[in-house]
Write a protein that binds this ligand. Sequence first.
Ligand code: ZN
Length: 276
Amino acid sequence: MAGSTIVSMGLIVAGAFALLWFLELKRPLRTRSTEPKLRRAGRNLVIAGIGGIVVQLAERPIALHFAGVVEQRRWGLLNVVQLPRPVAIVLGILLLDYTLYLWHVLTHRVPFLWRFHLVHHVDLDLDASTALRFHFGELAFSVPYRAAQILLFGIDVTTFTAWQGLLMLSILFHHSNVRLDPRIDRMLAWAIVTPRLHGIHHDAEFTHTNSNWSSGLTMWDRLHGTLRTGIPQDQVVIGVPAYRDRRELTAARCLELPFQAQRPDWTPVDSGISLE
Ligand SMILES: [Zn+2]
C-alpha cells in the first residue's frame, strides 16, 4: 500500500477517535466507569501500539502481497465469473465481513485463541480505545486467516483497503461509549453494529457475550440467530468475571495473560471488587 494511503488511513482513524472521544464525554451511553478515562486509554493505546507493529510489519504487507497476486492471476471465487467492478468490490467486502464474524466466534470458542482475545474483553470499561486494544498474538494469528480469506475469495488490493478502512471506522464506532437517540440506534442496528449492541457482547454475563459477534453488518448475527437486543445498558457490566481486579490488569499483566494458567473465565474471583 502506498505510504500516502497509510497516512490518510491514520488521519481518518485519529479524526474518528477524537470525534468519538468528544461525544463519549458529551453523551455517554454507560455512565459508570471504573477508572479515569485518560488512564485507561493510555493503557489501551500501549497494548494497541504493540499490536500495531504486528499489523504494519506482518498483516498489512502479507495481505497486500496476496491481494496483488490474486489480482494478477485472477484467483479466487470472485474471479470465477466476470463481474462488474463495483459488484465485485461490494461482494468482496461482504465476504470479508461475514468471515470476520466467523473468526470472532472462533476467538471465543477455540481455547487457544480465546487466551489472546480475552485481553480485549477484560477491559473493565468500554470505549473507542478498547477498539484498538488487541493482543499482538491475536493479531499475529489472524494473519494466516486473512491470507486465506484473500486467496479463497479473490480479494484485490482496492477491496482489501476499502474493507480495512470501513472495518476500522466500524469497530471504533461500536466500541465507543456514545449514546445515540434510541430511534436512530434502532434504525442503525437494523444494518450495522451499534455501541449498544456491542456493549452486550462485552457484558460479564456469559450468554450475553455469546451474542452480537458481527463487526460490521448485523445481518450475520441475524442469520445465525445470535443477535441480542433489549438488554438495558445500565444492567451491562463490562468485563469478564474472573478478571476484575485492576491490579492484575495493567498493560504488562494483560500482555502476559495469554501465557499464564487460565481461570474459569465466567466464575467470579473474589478480589474485593464488586461486579457492580
Ligand atoms: Zn469478542
